[in-house]
Design a protein around this ligand. Structure first.
Ligand code: SF4
Ligand code: SF4
Length: 418
């Protein structure tokens, strides 16, 4: 762990910058996106249809279990380092105090009340722009970005997508200007969930002062964004493990030639220095090994489901009503089949049907090959015919090839020659 002063704060701000980039990039590059109007789920660049249950299931289970494993191992580190609510709330607080300082400095000849109003108006303008941006990016997780931009530029308040965008923008404005970090201690369920998932070896922020070095400067309390005193307990639900108090205490005590009294620690027990890469990563017991194995199982299931995926899904089935076959005026026996093709790829495709292993058979369909646009589904029917059987054969087994994919089928015909 970094030992130089303010190192956790710097690390956190770098991680926050990467998170904002990821928050913007993930929907734009279809890494994770749930397109509601088109009913598509995008994961790792794959365009998945809602009907692709196994992939959607493994994706959601993998992401959910990732949150669980991270809570068991690293406690509230997600809150302090990765949570968008935390990142935008802290950004709002920083901008507010920056503008107040700037206005006080530049407009010092104005009355304090006027300066405060100017600073607040500027800050609200920044919050408004930031809210439109954050709401736009958030909505791109559910609506295609160009479609959403079009709705935004045309001030669309009629469609459900446009209205949802407006509501999310207002909620974001209220959040960034009024709620901010209060959200973490009032609405967010993750803190309570973490309390249930964590155990005696979960990473936490802990105060320990066996030699009585604390000088009661209370700097750790003043810098805490959640307004708590970590010296009271490492298990306070408000603590988001941001480590601002670690930096603050170290900064104060290093000047007196002492070490900081607040640290990241695996559990609240006094422990010897953690040795070995497994323990440093937090793999302390069988429970954690099992949690990692379950996560690996979901990742493997997802990998297998993705590798078995067909970009063009063809389904063929015989259509046998009351009549199993019909005899045409040309003396041939006809069997009817139905097909459905889903083009889940992002380019046009063509599927050609052929018959294999059925002597003298002919295939009749309106158009063969069948052309499909990207994302298009097509269904239809075709007939296969052949001269009436001469060997008393009632069921003939054969294959229909859709491009190169074989489908086992049966051809039914009367037992006796007609
Ligand atoms: S107690 Fe320390 S780690 Fe916890 S929220 Fe406050 S500053 Fe962050
Ligand atoms: S910053 Fe350190 S020395 Fe100061 S009150 Fe907090 S724990 Fe004590």
């Amino acid at each position: 762990m970094p030992a130089s002063k303010l190192s956790w704060h710097r690390l956190r701000k770098v991680v926050h910058a990467f998170c904002v980039l990821a928050f913007v990039a993930l929907p734009f590059f279809n890494v994770v996106r749930f397109d509601i109007p088109r009913q598509r789920f995008y994961f790792a660049g794959y365009e998945l249809w809602i009907g692709e249950f196994s992939i959607v299931f493994f994706s959601l289970m993998f992401l959910m279990f990732l949150v669980v494993v991270s809570s068991v191992f690293y406690g509230r580190v997600y809150c302090g380092y990765l949570c968008p609510q935390m990142i935008f709330s802290e950004a709002s607080l920083s901008v507010e105090s920056y503008l107040r300082r700037k206005v006080d400095k530049k407009l010092f000849h104005f009355k304090p009340k006027v300066r405060a109003r100017i600073a607040r108006a500027l800050w609200l303008a920044v919050v408004a722009v930031g809210s439109v941006f954050a709401a736009f990016v958030f909505m791109t997780y559910f609506i295609e970005p160009r479609d959403l931009l079009h709705r935004l530029l045309s001030f669309d308040l009629r469609t459900s997508g446009g209205l949802s965008g407006a509501v999310v923008t207002l909620v974001a404005m209220a959040d960034f200007s009024l709620v901010r970090l209060r959200f973490c201690t009032s609405v967010c369920p993750y803190g309570y969930l973490q309390g249930m998932l964590g155990d005696g070896d979960t990473l936490l922020v802990r105060y320990s002062d066996p030699r009585g070095d604390c000088i009661e400067c209370r700097k750790c309390v003043r810098v805490c964004p959640m307004g708590i005193d970590i010296r009271e307990s490492p298990f306070q639900i408000e603590c988001v493990h941001c480590a601002e108090c670690i930096d603050a205490c170290e900064e104060v005590l290093v000047r007196l030639g002492k070490a900081g009294l607040i640290q990241y620690a695996w559990g609240d027990k006094d422990q010897p220095a953690v040795r070995g890469w497994r323990r440093r990563l937090g793999i302390h017991d069988a429970k954690r090994v099992i949690a990692l194995l379950v996560l690996l199982a979901y990742a493997s299931g997802l990998f297998v489901a993705l590798s078995m995926r067909h970009a063009v899904l063809v389904r063929i089935s015989p259509e046998r009503g009351e009549k199993l076959y019909r005899i045409g005026a040309d003396g041939r026996v006809y069997n009817q089949f139905g097909y459905r093709i889903d083009n889940r790829s992002r380019r046009g495709e063509a599927v050609a049907f052929r018959i294999q292993g059925l002597q003298d058979a002919a295939l009749a369909m309106a158009s063969n090959p069948v052309a499909l646009k990207p994302g298009e589904s097509v269904q239809g029917e075709f007939e296969i015919s052949r001269p009436a059987a001469r060997r008393g054969e009632m069921v003939a087994h054969f294959k229909i090839l859709a491009n190169t994919e074989p489908f086992d089928m049966t051809f039914l015909e009367p037992a006796e020659e007609k």
